[in-house]
Design a protein around this ligand. Structure first.
Ligand code: HAM
Length: 420
Protein backbone atom coordinates (compact mmCIF):
# COMPACT_ATOMS: atom_id res chain seq x y z
CA UNK A 1 0.00 0.00 0.00
CA UNK A 2 1.28 3.45 -0.94
CA UNK A 3 0.75 6.37 1.42
CA UNK A 4 -0.05 9.90 0.28
CA UNK A 5 -0.30 13.23 2.06
CA UNK A 6 -3.73 13.95 3.51
CA UNK A 7 -5.97 16.19 1.40
CA UNK A 8 -4.98 19.81 1.89
CA UNK A 9 -1.61 18.90 3.45
CA UNK A 10 1.49 19.29 1.32
CA UNK A 11 5.09 18.18 1.46
CA UNK A 12 7.51 21.06 1.28
CA UNK A 13 10.24 19.87 -1.08
CA UNK A 14 13.75 21.34 -0.95
CA UNK A 15 13.22 24.17 -3.50
CA UNK A 16 10.10 25.36 -1.67
CA UNK A 17 11.73 24.87 1.75
CA UNK A 18 14.66 27.02 0.58
CA UNK A 19 12.23 29.80 -0.43
CA UNK A 20 10.41 29.58 2.90
CA UNK A 21 13.77 29.83 4.63
CA UNK A 22 14.65 32.93 2.59
CA UNK A 23 11.33 34.57 3.47
CA UNK A 24 11.98 33.83 7.15
CA UNK A 25 15.50 35.27 6.94
CA UNK A 26 14.12 38.48 5.39
CA UNK A 27 11.25 38.67 7.90
CA UNK A 28 13.52 38.08 10.90
CA UNK A 29 15.83 40.86 9.75
CA UNK A 30 12.94 43.30 9.26
CA UNK A 31 11.44 42.40 12.65
CA UNK A 32 14.85 42.92 14.25
CA UNK A 33 15.18 46.32 12.52
CA UNK A 34 11.90 47.29 14.20
CA UNK A 35 12.88 45.79 17.58
CA UNK A 36 10.51 42.77 17.65
CA UNK A 37 11.59 39.64 19.56
CA UNK A 38 10.67 36.12 18.59
CA UNK A 39 8.16 34.04 20.53
CA UNK A 40 7.47 30.36 19.96
CA UNK A 41 4.08 29.12 21.06
CA UNK A 42 2.63 25.60 21.07
CA UNK A 43 0.85 24.14 18.06
CA UNK A 44 -1.85 22.72 20.30
CA UNK A 45 -3.95 24.82 22.67
CA UNK A 46 -7.19 24.45 24.57
CA UNK A 47 -9.89 24.72 21.93
CA UNK A 48 -11.85 27.24 23.97
CA UNK A 49 -9.01 29.76 23.58
CA UNK A 50 -9.84 30.01 19.89
CA UNK A 51 -13.61 29.81 20.36
CA UNK A 52 -13.46 32.78 22.70
CA UNK A 53 -11.07 34.96 20.73
CA UNK A 54 -11.72 34.29 17.06
CA UNK A 55 -15.44 33.99 17.74
CA UNK A 56 -17.95 31.13 17.78
CA UNK A 57 -19.69 32.44 14.66
CA UNK A 58 -16.54 32.95 12.61
CA UNK A 59 -15.87 30.64 9.65
CA UNK A 60 -12.69 29.43 11.33
CA UNK A 61 -14.43 28.24 14.49
CA UNK A 62 -17.63 27.06 12.80
CA UNK A 63 -16.07 25.08 10.00
CA UNK A 64 -12.30 24.99 9.97
CA UNK A 65 -10.86 23.98 13.33
CA UNK A 66 -8.95 20.75 13.84
CA UNK A 67 -10.52 20.03 17.19
CA UNK A 68 -10.39 16.79 19.17
CA UNK A 69 -10.17 15.24 22.63
CA UNK A 70 -6.69 14.35 23.87
CA UNK A 71 -5.96 11.32 26.03
CA UNK A 72 -6.72 13.38 29.14
CA UNK A 73 -10.22 14.11 27.80
CA UNK A 74 -9.36 17.80 27.20
CA UNK A 75 -10.85 19.43 24.12
CA UNK A 76 -7.86 20.77 22.24
CA UNK A 77 -7.29 22.34 18.82
CA UNK A 78 -4.44 22.73 16.38
CA UNK A 79 -3.84 26.47 16.21
CA UNK A 80 -5.66 28.05 13.25
CA UNK A 81 -3.74 31.32 13.76
CA UNK A 82 -1.11 32.84 16.05
CA UNK A 83 -2.68 35.84 17.77
CA UNK A 84 -4.75 33.97 20.37
CA UNK A 85 -1.78 31.89 21.52
CA UNK A 86 0.55 34.90 21.67
CA UNK A 87 -1.98 36.82 23.77
CA UNK A 88 -2.38 33.81 26.06
CA UNK A 89 1.41 33.64 26.48
CA UNK A 90 1.65 37.41 27.00
CA UNK A 91 -0.76 37.14 29.93
CA UNK A 92 0.51 33.80 31.31
CA UNK A 93 4.12 35.03 31.55
CA UNK A 94 3.30 38.59 32.64
CA UNK A 95 5.19 39.96 29.67
CA UNK A 96 3.51 43.33 30.17
CA UNK A 97 5.30 43.62 33.53
CA UNK A 98 8.68 44.00 31.81
CA UNK A 99 8.14 47.26 29.89
CA UNK A 100 5.37 49.55 28.73
CA UNK A 101 5.47 48.01 25.26
CA UNK A 102 6.06 44.45 24.08
CA UNK A 103 6.76 43.60 20.44
CA UNK A 104 6.72 39.93 19.46
CA UNK A 105 6.95 38.01 16.20
CA UNK A 106 6.41 34.36 15.31
CA UNK A 107 6.76 31.91 12.43
CA UNK A 108 5.04 28.55 12.22
CA UNK A 109 2.41 26.20 10.87
CA UNK A 110 -1.28 26.95 11.27
CA UNK A 111 -4.13 24.54 10.55
CA UNK A 112 -7.52 25.21 8.99
CA UNK A 113 -9.85 22.60 7.55
CA UNK A 114 -10.64 24.61 4.42
CA UNK A 115 -11.44 23.52 0.87
CA UNK A 116 -7.94 23.16 -0.59
CA UNK A 117 -6.89 25.06 -3.71
CA UNK A 118 -3.80 26.92 -4.89
CA UNK A 119 -2.75 29.24 -2.07
CA UNK A 120 -5.14 27.62 0.38
CA UNK A 121 -3.99 24.65 2.42
CA UNK A 122 -5.02 22.86 5.58
CA UNK A 123 -1.55 23.28 7.03
CA UNK A 124 0.16 26.52 6.06
CA UNK A 125 2.95 28.70 7.33
CA UNK A 126 2.33 32.12 8.86
CA UNK A 127 4.78 34.82 9.85
CA UNK A 128 3.23 37.43 12.09
CA UNK A 129 3.77 39.97 14.81
CA UNK A 130 1.85 41.40 17.75
CA UNK A 131 2.58 44.84 19.23
CA UNK A 132 1.23 45.33 22.79
CA UNK A 133 0.90 48.50 24.83
CA UNK A 134 0.69 51.25 22.20
CA UNK A 135 -2.76 52.68 21.48
CA UNK A 136 -1.60 55.36 19.03
CA UNK A 137 -1.96 55.31 15.26
CA UNK A 138 1.84 55.20 15.05
CA UNK A 139 1.62 51.59 16.23
CA UNK A 140 -0.88 50.63 13.49
CA UNK A 141 1.28 52.44 10.95
CA UNK A 142 4.38 50.58 12.13
CA UNK A 143 2.66 47.19 11.87
CA UNK A 144 1.52 47.97 8.32
CA UNK A 145 5.02 49.25 7.44
CA UNK A 146 6.65 46.08 8.76
CA UNK A 147 4.31 43.89 6.68
CA UNK A 148 4.87 46.03 3.60
CA UNK A 149 8.66 46.00 4.03
CA UNK A 150 8.81 42.20 4.28
CA UNK A 151 6.67 41.87 1.16
CA UNK A 152 8.69 44.54 -0.67
CA UNK A 153 11.94 42.79 0.12
CA UNK A 154 10.51 39.51 -1.19
CA UNK A 155 9.61 41.25 -4.44
CA UNK A 156 5.83 41.15 -4.00
CA UNK A 157 3.77 43.77 -5.83
CA UNK A 158 1.09 44.70 -3.36
CA UNK A 159 -1.94 46.79 -2.60
CA UNK A 160 -2.69 47.91 0.97
CA UNK A 161 -6.37 48.13 1.95
CA UNK A 162 -7.41 49.71 5.24
CA UNK A 163 -10.64 50.33 7.10
CA UNK A 164 -11.87 51.02 10.61
CA UNK A 165 -14.68 48.88 11.97
CA UNK A 166 -15.05 50.97 15.12
CA UNK A 167 -14.61 50.21 18.80
CA UNK A 168 -16.86 48.83 21.56
CA UNK A 169 -18.52 52.22 21.70
CA UNK A 170 -19.37 52.88 18.03
CA UNK A 171 -19.45 49.43 16.46
CA UNK A 172 -22.81 48.29 17.93
CA UNK A 173 -24.68 51.20 16.36
CA UNK A 174 -22.94 50.65 13.00
CA UNK A 175 -23.73 46.93 13.22
CA UNK A 176 -27.39 47.84 13.73
CA UNK A 177 -27.33 50.16 10.71
CA UNK A 178 -25.95 47.34 8.53
CA UNK A 179 -28.41 44.82 9.96
CA UNK A 180 -31.33 47.12 9.15
CA UNK A 181 -29.96 47.86 5.70
CA UNK A 182 -29.33 44.22 4.74
CA UNK A 183 -32.56 42.97 6.35
CA UNK A 184 -34.53 44.88 3.72
CA UNK A 185 -33.21 42.48 1.08
CA UNK A 186 -32.82 39.48 3.39
CA UNK A 187 -34.85 37.17 1.13
CA UNK A 188 -32.34 37.73 -1.73
CA UNK A 189 -29.24 36.99 0.37
CA UNK A 190 -27.37 33.67 0.36
CA UNK A 191 -28.01 31.18 3.18
CA UNK A 192 -24.73 32.05 4.91
CA UNK A 193 -25.60 35.77 4.95
CA UNK A 194 -29.14 35.15 6.21
CA UNK A 195 -27.52 33.37 9.15
CA UNK A 196 -24.79 36.03 9.48
CA UNK A 197 -27.43 38.73 9.73
CA UNK A 198 -28.46 37.28 13.06
CA UNK A 199 -24.99 36.36 14.35
CA UNK A 200 -22.28 38.43 12.68
CA UNK A 201 -23.96 41.06 10.46
CA UNK A 202 -20.85 42.96 9.32
CA UNK A 203 -19.65 39.82 7.52
CA UNK A 204 -22.38 40.26 4.90
CA UNK A 205 -20.32 43.17 3.56
CA UNK A 206 -17.46 40.97 2.38
CA UNK A 207 -19.60 38.08 1.13
CA UNK A 208 -18.46 37.24 -2.41
CA UNK A 209 -22.01 36.31 -3.46
CA UNK A 210 -23.97 39.14 -1.90
CA UNK A 211 -21.54 42.07 -2.18
CA UNK A 212 -23.04 43.33 -5.48
CA UNK A 213 -26.52 43.41 -3.89
CA UNK A 214 -25.22 45.70 -1.13
CA UNK A 215 -23.82 48.39 -3.40
CA UNK A 216 -24.82 51.51 -1.51
CA UNK A 217 -24.29 50.21 2.01
CA UNK A 218 -23.56 52.77 4.76
CA UNK A 219 -19.79 53.05 5.28
CA UNK A 220 -18.32 52.44 8.74
CA UNK A 221 -16.01 55.45 8.33
CA UNK A 222 -19.09 57.68 8.40
CA UNK A 223 -20.30 56.16 11.67
CA UNK A 224 -17.14 56.11 13.80
CA UNK A 225 -17.02 57.76 17.23
CA UNK A 226 -14.68 60.76 17.58
CA UNK A 227 -11.81 58.68 18.96
CA UNK A 228 -11.97 56.10 16.19
CA UNK A 229 -12.35 58.83 13.55
CA UNK A 230 -9.30 60.72 14.86
CA UNK A 231 -7.26 57.51 15.12
CA UNK A 232 -8.16 56.49 11.57
CA UNK A 233 -7.34 59.96 10.19
CA UNK A 234 -4.02 59.95 12.04
CA UNK A 235 -3.17 56.58 10.54
CA UNK A 236 -3.97 57.85 7.04
CA UNK A 237 -1.79 60.93 7.62
CA UNK A 238 1.17 58.90 8.87
CA UNK A 239 0.97 56.49 5.93
CA UNK A 240 0.75 59.41 3.50
CA UNK A 241 3.68 61.17 5.17
CA UNK A 242 5.72 57.99 4.67
CA UNK A 243 4.66 57.66 1.01
CA UNK A 244 2.91 54.37 1.72
CA UNK A 245 0.13 53.92 -0.82
CA UNK A 246 -3.14 52.58 0.49
CA UNK A 247 -6.81 52.44 -0.38
CA UNK A 248 -9.77 52.61 1.94
CA UNK A 249 -11.84 49.47 1.47
CA UNK A 250 -15.17 50.03 3.18
CA UNK A 251 -16.12 46.37 2.82
CA UNK A 252 -13.11 45.20 4.80
CA UNK A 253 -14.45 43.80 8.08
CA UNK A 254 -12.20 40.72 8.66
CA UNK A 255 -13.44 37.32 9.72
CA UNK A 256 -12.09 37.21 13.26
CA UNK A 257 -14.11 38.63 16.14
CA UNK A 258 -11.31 40.20 18.15
CA UNK A 259 -10.69 43.24 15.96
CA UNK A 260 -11.50 46.76 17.13
CA UNK A 261 -10.90 49.88 15.06
CA UNK A 262 -8.29 49.71 12.31
CA UNK A 263 -8.15 46.59 10.13
CA UNK A 264 -6.09 46.03 7.00
CA UNK A 265 -5.29 43.53 4.28
CA UNK A 266 -2.45 43.44 1.81
CA UNK A 267 -3.30 41.90 -1.54
CA UNK A 268 -1.01 40.76 -4.28
CA UNK A 269 -1.37 42.25 -7.73
CA UNK A 270 -0.63 38.98 -9.49
CA UNK A 271 -2.66 36.29 -7.74
CA UNK A 272 -6.06 35.54 -9.20
CA UNK A 273 -7.67 33.93 -6.17
CA UNK A 274 -6.46 33.71 -2.57
CA UNK A 275 -4.78 37.06 -3.20
CA UNK A 276 -4.73 38.27 0.40
CA UNK A 277 -1.15 37.73 1.46
CA UNK A 278 -1.14 39.55 4.78
CA UNK A 279 -3.83 40.80 7.11
CA UNK A 280 -4.27 42.20 10.55
CA UNK A 281 -5.50 45.04 12.67
CA UNK A 282 -6.05 46.41 16.13
CA UNK A 283 -7.55 44.30 18.92
CA UNK A 284 -7.67 46.50 22.01
CA UNK A 285 -10.07 44.31 24.01
CA UNK A 286 -8.48 40.88 23.64
CA UNK A 287 -5.87 40.89 26.43
CA UNK A 288 -8.49 41.95 28.97
CA UNK A 289 -11.02 39.49 27.54
CA UNK A 290 -8.55 36.67 28.26
CA UNK A 291 -7.94 37.82 31.83
CA UNK A 292 -5.03 40.26 31.41
CA UNK A 293 -4.85 43.97 32.16
CA UNK A 294 -6.50 46.26 29.61
CA UNK A 295 -3.82 46.48 26.89
CA UNK A 296 -4.07 48.01 23.44
CA UNK A 297 -2.63 45.78 20.73
CA UNK A 298 -2.20 45.53 16.98
CA UNK A 299 -0.66 42.91 14.69
CA UNK A 300 -0.65 41.13 11.38
CA UNK A 301 0.13 37.74 9.87
CA UNK A 302 1.21 36.85 6.37
CA UNK A 303 0.75 33.54 4.57
CA UNK A 304 4.17 32.35 3.47
CA UNK A 305 2.94 30.03 0.68
CA UNK A 306 0.85 32.84 -0.80
CA UNK A 307 3.75 35.25 -0.52
CA UNK A 308 5.99 32.81 -2.40
CA UNK A 309 3.37 32.28 -5.13
CA UNK A 310 3.31 36.01 -5.84
CA UNK A 311 6.94 36.86 -5.17
CA UNK A 312 10.00 37.28 -7.31
CA UNK A 313 12.10 35.31 -4.83
CA UNK A 314 13.53 33.09 -7.56
CA UNK A 315 14.95 36.20 -9.27
CA UNK A 316 16.80 37.41 -6.19
CA UNK A 317 20.47 36.35 -6.56
CA UNK A 318 21.36 33.39 -4.40
CA UNK A 319 24.57 32.57 -2.58
CA UNK A 320 26.98 31.09 -5.13
CA UNK A 321 27.36 27.32 -5.05
CA UNK A 322 30.64 25.63 -5.93
CA UNK A 323 31.17 22.02 -7.00
CA UNK A 324 34.63 20.51 -6.73
CA UNK A 325 35.63 17.93 -9.34
CA UNK A 326 38.82 15.93 -9.48
CA UNK A 327 40.36 14.11 -12.44
CA UNK A 328 42.49 11.87 -10.27
CA UNK A 329 42.13 10.45 -6.77
CA UNK A 330 45.56 11.90 -5.90
CA UNK A 331 43.93 15.38 -5.79
CA UNK A 332 41.43 14.33 -3.14
CA UNK A 333 43.32 15.83 -0.18
CA UNK A 334 43.83 19.19 -1.94
CA UNK A 335 40.22 19.19 -3.08
CA UNK A 336 38.96 18.49 0.46
CA UNK A 337 41.18 21.29 1.78
CA UNK A 338 39.79 23.75 -0.78
CA UNK A 339 36.22 22.65 -0.01
CA UNK A 340 36.82 23.23 3.66
CA UNK A 341 38.31 26.72 3.07
CA UNK A 342 35.38 27.73 0.88
CA UNK A 343 32.84 26.43 3.41
CA UNK A 344 34.61 28.47 6.08
CA UNK A 345 33.89 31.47 3.84
CA UNK A 346 30.21 30.45 3.91
CA UNK A 347 29.94 29.07 0.38
CA UNK A 348 27.80 26.04 -0.40
CA UNK A 349 30.25 23.42 -1.62
CA UNK A 350 29.82 19.82 -2.73
CA UNK A 351 32.37 17.24 -3.82
CA UNK A 352 34.84 15.84 -4.52
CA UNK A 353 33.30 12.54 -5.61
CA UNK A 354 35.76 9.70 -6.05
CA UNK A 355 35.42 7.09 -8.79
CA UNK A 356 33.43 9.26 -11.26
CA UNK A 357 34.64 10.48 -14.62
CA UNK A 358 35.01 14.24 -15.08
CA UNK A 359 32.07 14.16 -17.48
CA UNK A 360 29.75 12.55 -14.97
CA UNK A 361 30.94 14.95 -12.22
CA UNK A 362 30.11 17.91 -14.50
CA UNK A 363 26.76 16.33 -15.26
CA UNK A 364 26.02 15.93 -11.59
CA UNK A 365 27.04 19.54 -10.88
CA UNK A 366 24.70 20.75 -13.60
CA UNK A 367 21.76 18.63 -12.36
CA UNK A 368 22.33 19.87 -8.81
CA UNK A 369 22.22 23.48 -10.03
CA UNK A 370 25.83 24.45 -9.25
CA UNK A 371 26.94 27.72 -10.74
CA UNK A 372 30.67 27.03 -10.54
CA UNK A 373 32.78 23.91 -10.85
CA UNK A 374 36.38 23.88 -9.71
CA UNK A 375 38.34 21.20 -11.58
CA UNK A 376 41.60 19.77 -10.33
CA UNK A 377 43.40 18.64 -13.54
CA UNK A 378 46.90 17.16 -14.00
CA UNK A 379 48.36 19.86 -16.26
CA UNK A 380 47.05 22.79 -14.31
CA UNK A 381 47.93 21.35 -10.93
CA UNK A 382 51.60 21.07 -11.92
CA UNK A 383 51.57 24.87 -12.38
CA UNK A 384 49.79 25.44 -9.07
CA UNK A 385 46.51 26.20 -10.85
CA UNK A 386 42.99 24.84 -11.00
CA UNK A 387 40.19 25.37 -13.52
CA UNK A 388 37.14 27.45 -12.62
CA UNK A 389 34.18 26.68 -14.88
CA UNK A 390 31.14 28.95 -14.95
CA UNK A 391 28.26 26.54 -15.61
CA UNK A 392 25.94 29.23 -16.92
CA UNK A 393 28.25 30.68 -19.57
CA UNK A 394 30.41 27.57 -20.05
CA UNK A 395 33.49 29.81 -19.71
CA UNK A 396 36.60 28.20 -18.16
CA UNK A 397 39.46 30.09 -16.49
CA UNK A 398 42.73 28.93 -15.01
CA UNK A 399 43.12 30.37 -11.56
CA UNK A 400 45.48 29.84 -8.68
CA UNK A 401 44.10 28.40 -5.50
CA UNK A 402 44.99 31.75 -3.93
CA UNK A 403 42.84 33.92 -6.19
CA UNK A 404 39.85 31.62 -6.71
CA UNK A 405 37.89 33.51 -4.09
CA UNK A 406 38.22 36.87 -5.85
CA UNK A 407 37.33 35.28 -9.20
CA UNK A 408 34.12 33.85 -7.76
CA UNK A 409 33.23 37.08 -6.03
CA UNK A 410 34.04 39.00 -9.19
CA UNK A 411 35.86 41.51 -7.06
CA UNK A 412 39.22 41.94 -5.37
CA UNK A 413 39.48 40.05 -2.12
CA UNK A 414 42.73 39.56 -0.35
CA UNK A 415 41.59 36.46 1.52
CA UNK A 416 43.97 33.60 0.88
CA UNK A 417 42.38 30.23 0.34
CA UNK A 418 44.64 27.32 1.00
CA UNK A 419 44.28 24.12 -1.00
CA UNK A 420 47.50 22.60 0.19
P1 HAM B 1 -5.94 35.77 8.71
O1 HAM B 1 -6.45 36.79 7.76
O2 HAM B 1 -6.87 34.71 9.12
O3 HAM B 1 -5.42 36.58 9.97
O4 HAM B 1 -4.65 35.09 8.11
C1 HAM B 1 -3.50 35.83 7.73
C2 HAM B 1 -2.93 35.29 6.43
O5 HAM B 1 -2.69 33.88 6.53
C3 HAM B 1 -3.87 35.40 5.24
O6 HAM B 1 -3.83 36.69 4.69
C4 HAM B 1 -3.29 34.36 4.29
O7 HAM B 1 -2.17 34.88 3.59
C5 HAM B 1 -2.79 33.28 5.23
N1 HAM B 1 -3.76 32.17 5.25
C6 HAM B 1 -4.91 32.10 5.95
N2 HAM B 1 -5.53 30.92 5.71
C7 HAM B 1 -4.74 30.24 4.85
C8 HAM B 1 -4.82 28.93 4.22
N3 HAM B 1 -5.82 28.10 4.48
N4 HAM B 1 -3.83 28.57 3.39
C9 HAM B 1 -2.78 29.39 3.14
N5 HAM B 1 -2.65 30.62 3.71
C10 HAM B 1 -3.61 31.03 4.54
C11 HAM B 1 -4.89 36.00 11.08
O8 HAM B 1 -4.53 34.84 11.14
C12 HAM B 1 -4.66 36.96 12.21
N6 HAM B 1 -4.12 36.20 13.35
C13 HAM B 1 -3.74 38.08 11.79
C14 HAM B 1 -3.45 39.03 12.92
C15 HAM B 1 -2.34 39.06 13.71
N7 HAM B 1 -4.26 39.98 13.35
C16 HAM B 1 -3.70 40.60 14.36
N8 HAM B 1 -2.54 40.04 14.60
Amino acid sequence: MKYHTLRGMHDILPEEAEKIHRVEVIARRVFKNFNYSEIKIPTLEEASLFLRTIGETSDIVEKQMYIFKDKGDRTVALRPEGTAGVVRAFIEHNLDGRAAITKLFYCGSMFRYERPQEGRYREFEQIGCEYFGNSTALCDAEVITVAKKILDECGVKQKILINSIGCKKCRPSYTKIITDYASKIKHTLCNDCQRRLAQNPLRVLDCKIDAPKLKDFPKSEEHLCDNCKTHFNQLKNILESQDIDFEIEHRLVRGLDYYTGVVFEIKSDNLASQDTIAAGGRYDGLVEELGGKPTPACGFALGVERLILSSKLSEIPQQKKIFIAITNISFQKNALNLASSLRNKNYTVDGPFAGKSLKSQLNLASKLGFQYVVIFGEEEFKKGEIILKDMNSGEQKRVTTQNIFEKIQGEQDETKISAT
